[in-house]
Design a protein around this ligand. Structure first.
Ligand code: NIG
Ligand code: FE
Length: 419
């Protein structure tokens, strides 16, 4: 075998060896650390991982890119499994309102929030959306992110805009090194026009939008904002089950602000992940553990909403829920692409250990995208998505917070970013 890329002398190589499904409880601490590690890549695949020198059966020649990992830390490419990547505009005008104490759901109720981003997204051309999202994707890659989930949901009843968002994500997935996995989220808010008859909008999602999105293969997942004043438990269930009938796997924005029972619904419907979960009940958490629903936690959103409330990550881990972590990057509740900052927040606020945090942004994020057999660990046969950090160990990356520690990113066997 001939290697295209070799990284040798890696001080700390966190492989997450043996991980091809979501990890729970104590398993979340098993990060497969190799000191003085070496890894080899051929085309887009990992062909060797081990300690010390490269074995004799792996050849290198003048075409092989040899990278020195001395003083560095390597991990699997990070997975940001919950974002609203493609959208128009920005909502910094909400900052002054927030500082006066106006609540997120009140801004939404008054026609701002998501609705103002819907207008900006409608008014943006395909190219404008593409260029803006590309800029964010470049930033994500620079932070070590190699796979991103991207939701629609800023078109709502304007189906053309929903499609435009999904088409932008599709094109970016083709053009950009980072892999994008798309989610249809027509059920992101009730459009003002349907305020008094939301059932009409829900039927439009179920009978018109979901079948077309599925038929055109524009999304893998179907998501709903299940929240007080947005979509109820019953409505969310109807929408998620309609998606399932068309092969769209269910995800849910659950119990973000009010404890509606979204975690329970996620278990009942068989969601691949339930996201936010700040107000999730004990029973909901237990039901998720039983069904293996990934809890995708978004601490930067809670931080930015300034409610002082955070998801009970420790309880979830103790009860056996597989926990993932994501940015939730969007122009309102979480305007940041920085997954490394989310990792620090998770440690300091959720009290997750560095090992649990790494598991959450690699294999558990991958599992929440139904990709755990392809990415999320550094093992022979898996896709060669690797981050090399200019850091002596994992703890340092999380402890020394707010900056970018990335030195190099290898995506699908190609050097995609260098600092
Ligand atoms: O995950 N909560 C609903 N949706 C997004 C926010 C979208 C927005 O505010 O534009 C979220 O936080
Ligand atoms: Fe979200």
């Amino acid at each position: 075998m001939k290697a295209d890329i070799v990284i040798k002398n890696i001080d700390k190589l966190y492989t997450l060896k043996g991980a091809n499904r979501a990890r729970v409880k104590e398993e979340m601490k098993e990060v497969g650390l190799i000191e003085n590690g070496t890894l080899a890549i051929e085309k887009d695949r990992i062909i060797y991982v081990g300690e010390g020198d490269l074995p004799a059966d792996i050849e290198i020649d003048h075409n092989t890119l040899v990278i020195d990992g001395r003083g560095k830390t390597a991990t699997p490419g990070l997975v940001d499994s919950h974002t609203h990547l493609v959208h128009g505009g920005s909502r910094e005008n909400e900052l002054a309102m927030k500082l006066k104490g106006v609540k997120y759901l009140d801004i939404l109720e008054a026609g701002g929030g998501i609705h103002s981003t819907v207008n900006a997204t409608k008014n943006a051309s395909f190219d404008e959306l593409y260029n803006k999202a590309k800029k964010s994707l470049d930033i994500m890659l620079s932070f070590g992110v190699t796979t991103v989930e991207a939701k629609s949901g800023y078109g709502l009843d304007d189906f053309e805009t929903e499609i435009k968002q999904l088409e932008v994500a599709k094109k970016l997935n083709e053009d950009h090194p980072v892999d994008i996995v798309s989610t249809f989220m027509g059920a992101h808010a009730i459009p003002p026009k349907y305020k008094d008859e939301p059932e009409k909008f829900i039927q439009m999602i179920i009978n018109e939008m979901i079948p077309q999105v599925a038929e055109r293969k524009l999304a893998k997942f179907n998501d709903v904002f299940c929240e007080k004043g947005v979509f109820s438990i019953e409505e969310s269930k109807e929408i998620l089950e309609a998606g399932l009938k068309h092969g769209l796997l269910p995800k849910i924005h659950a119990d973000e602000i009010e404890p509606l029972g979204g975690a329970e619904l996620a278990a009942e419907v068989g969601c691949i992940s339930a996201d936010h979960l700040v107000a999730a009940s004990e029973k909901g958490i237990e039901m998720m553990a039983e069904k293996g629903v990934v809890a995708n936690l978004l601490p930067a959103t809670s931080f930015n909403l300034q409610s002082g409330k955070y998801a009970k990550a420790r309880t979830m881990i103790e009860k056996g829920v597989p926990v993932a972590l994501s940015t939730d990057y969007n122009p309102g509740s979480c305007p940041t692409e920085n997954l490394q900052l989310v990792m620090s927040f998770a440690s300091l606020i959720f009290r997750m250990t560095p090992e649990e945090v790494l598991t959450a942004v690699t294999i558990n994020g991958a599992a929440g995208l139904d990709l755990a057999d392809e990415i999320g660990s550094i093992e022979v046969g898996k896709k060669a998505d690797i981050v090399l950090f200019d850091a002596p160990n994992l703890e340092y990356i999380i402890y020394h917070f707010g900056i970018n520690h990335t030195a190099k990113v290898i995506k699908a066997g190609k050097l995609a970013f260098e600092n």
